[in-house]
Design a binder for this molecule. Sequence first.
Ligand SMILES: Nc1ncnc2c1ncn2[C@@H]1O[C@H](COP(=O)(O)OP(=O)(O)OP(=O)(O)O)[C@@H](O)[C@H]1O
Ligand SMILES: [Mg+2]
Length: 498
Amino acid sequence: MLIANNISKSFAGVQALSSVHLSLQPGMVHAIIGENGAGKSTLMKILSGVIHNYEGQIVLNEKPVQFNSTRDAEAAGIAMIHQELNLVPQLSIAENIFLGREITDSFGMLADKTMHERSVELLARVGLGVDPATKVETLKVGQQQLVEIAKALHTKASIIIMDEPTSALSDTEIATLFTCIHELTAAGATIVYISHKLQELYTIANTYVVLRDGVTVARGDMKDIAEADLIAQMSGRNTKNEKINTTKKFDTVLLEVDDLYLKHATLPNKNLLSSISFKVYQGEILGIYGLMGAGRTELMECLFGLHPKRSSGSIVVAGKKLNITSPTAAIAAGMALVPEDRKTEGLLLDNTVRSNMSLTVLDTLEKLGLYIDTKSEKELSKKFISELSIKTASDTTLAKNLSGGNQQKIVLAKWLATHPTLLLLDEPTRGIDVNAKAEIYALIKSLAVKGLSVVLVSSEIPEIMAVSDRVLVMANGKLTANMPISEANESLLLMKAL
Ligand SMILES: Nc1ncnc2c1ncn2[C@@H]1O[C@H](COP(=O)(O)OP(=O)(O)OP(=O)(O)O)[C@@H](O)[C@H]1O
Ligand SMILES: [Mg+2]
């Protein structure tokens, strides 16, 4: 259906792709695999017309093609679901789905009713039960991801590229997406699928291509390669996931939350969180598991002082009862929050890697309050680039030019720089490759050994099991379990989350 030959692309000094070859067949799901910064998204942006100056040739149904815009690619039947969500927050779901391809009636007027009805259909297909008139800015990341998918389905493309479509989806939503994919391939469409969740690839993909530093290093059928070999191909080395088992004793309570409530923003009788009470000890890693919508993000936001008007209850940090009414107060109390949605809450995309990292510690870097101590700022960014193995041309590269996973690492670095006593992590490894995940887990653990307390929100049970000392489970805004990790297992956590 499509052949890409000898595709090369470089960005000012960075060779993102060198002579990559790809061929896509109808009815198949093709997985593109590789570490953060390997070149996956770049290749997909070339196929979908986002990037148009590259070397090499694309042949679609035996005809050479050159796309100068996403519009061109769409007209040729290629649609892409972007890793960094591309919706317009101020517009409604329906307006986003039809943006640039609005349906008009015979008088040239917008056919709002038709678009609304069509949106309802599309949303049903992706399993999102929300009114299409809802503004996108009020949606959580996972819901936005579903809207992106609905939007791609609307284009009736024969090649659909999905760049980490499930990174913010819950297991049930993933199942719905897979049903959708099966329907599409059965009808002859081709899916190109990028994901760091290898298990997912074994479920959905027929073939794989592994990219490493912009070069194709392996390809074949998914059924013929073992997971360990796939990981070895990605990294070019053999890594073993060692399980660090520590039996730690905790005696000092750092955070004590008592009877926390959060009211719904508009419905007066509804609570988003009800009677939440728990403790976090110094040096402890507390995992919080729950399905999307369980209230995990809201809990982190309350602790961080983001909902002072709607929340009640007591929060005691290091023996002091706090009146946390703003993030500034939370930071002063030693907290740091790595938010779920890095694009809007975590990163200044037009700023450099270095200035993003130092943003949270500007006051300590200021000499006499006059200018920033550039030397310390450089040292800070150098340290984090190496500790988190961030792939960037330099520390003056703009954040927007980094790959998705490497952007996530910057958000993490920025908050680690504040030397918090309590680190709140909301889905910190979304979009991060398997080896980098293991590095981040090791880093979190080593910080905890030094006395840092960590609250880790995750929808991946293996992640919770790998790092936590204790786990809480949430469902419908309430705590449904609180147990040491030694007593937890996958099915128990899942059961408590339902
Ligand atoms: N617009 C750009 N300007 C400069 N460099 C870029 C740009 N886009 C990508 N790069 C660089 O190209 C390389 C490949 O990036 P790409 O986004 O394709 O990686 P990826 O495989 O999708 O990684 P991830 O899993 O983290 O999403 C990276 O080194 C990245 O920093
Ligand atoms: Mg990417």
